[in-house]
Design a protein around this ligand. Sequence first.
Ligand code: SAH
Ligand code: SF4
Length: 326
Amino acid sequence: MSISDSLIQHADRLCRNEYGNSVFIRGLLEISNYCVMNCKYCGLRRDNFRLKRYRMTFNEVITAVERGWQRGIRSFVLQGGEDPELPPKALANLADAIRKKVPGNYALTFSFGTMAKDDYAQLKAAGVDRYLIRFETSDPDLHQQLRGTTLAKRLTAIEAVKSLGFEAGSGFMTGLPGYSEEQLYRDIELARSLDLDMAGVGPFIPHPQTPLAKEPGSPLALAVQAVALLRLALPKANIPATTAAGSLAPDGREQMLAAGANVLMPNIGPVDYKKLYELYPGKICLDEDGLTCLGCLAIRVKTVGKELSMERGDSHNLSLNKGKTA
Ligand code: SAH
Ligand code: SF4
């Protein structure tokens, strides 16, 4: 057996020890593809003038959450670009409106990029429990070059999220330009040192309307290995099998679920918007209603001996509690 196979098996064991065979479902809503940032890897970047932009109305978002709730989903993730029409105040209003219109015990996760600590505090006060913000790469020079801003700022944002008592999620992409094994270990080490509650890794997939169009994309196997290493580094974290992995191979997400991942994030938003949230090309399940996807996902997870769970799926990592007592 190769080192890589035994690594994956070990990570799988650690994951099952912690979370059993459960795969937590997060209902994902990609609520806006407007973005003022210009990240060189991303199809939503400001300078992609070919992309038709959209923004869901509050009512559309609330209706989608309500449908998800009725279907039994107890964890929702709202994500978007850094949209000037959705400043922190508006996002807090949205969280508040969701909590009022759809009462119940479910987790609300937001992922809208870098903000000031006070802004994150507003979101927390409005009922957001978790925040996702990947550091993307732990290489400060590459970070600056690809994102036009510093890694330090991103890390300050992650620390702010943690100190406010959110469940904190972060992660990175494998296979960015100049990627090496050494870089993978540094990315894992940063994720470990941040003591993340949720950690996600996706393979970089070049988008034709970006400056990285001609770069090679990440091999899927590298992203699967990264998931296994993340599980070793953060045994108690929730780790998603990412959609980007599913876009590289039909069983990409199953490979991650067999290598230490325990979360799936089907998009439950309106089908017409899904195509327009084109971070990278080749995204899967674009014509399906996310709630219909649940049947398909249930079959897929069985192939790796797992089963879907619609529960909140709180992280077993302790930093949440540490945040509360800080
Ligand atoms: N605007 C927010 C959230 C949306 S982007 C933010 O940037 O934090 C969500 C994630 O998509 C990013 O964190 C990045 O890791 C991933 N992503 C963007 N472009 C990608 C690409 N070309 N290939 C793979 N993943 C990509
Ligand atoms: Fe905007 Fe996020 Fe894409 Fe960067 S990765 S351009 S912040 S949506």
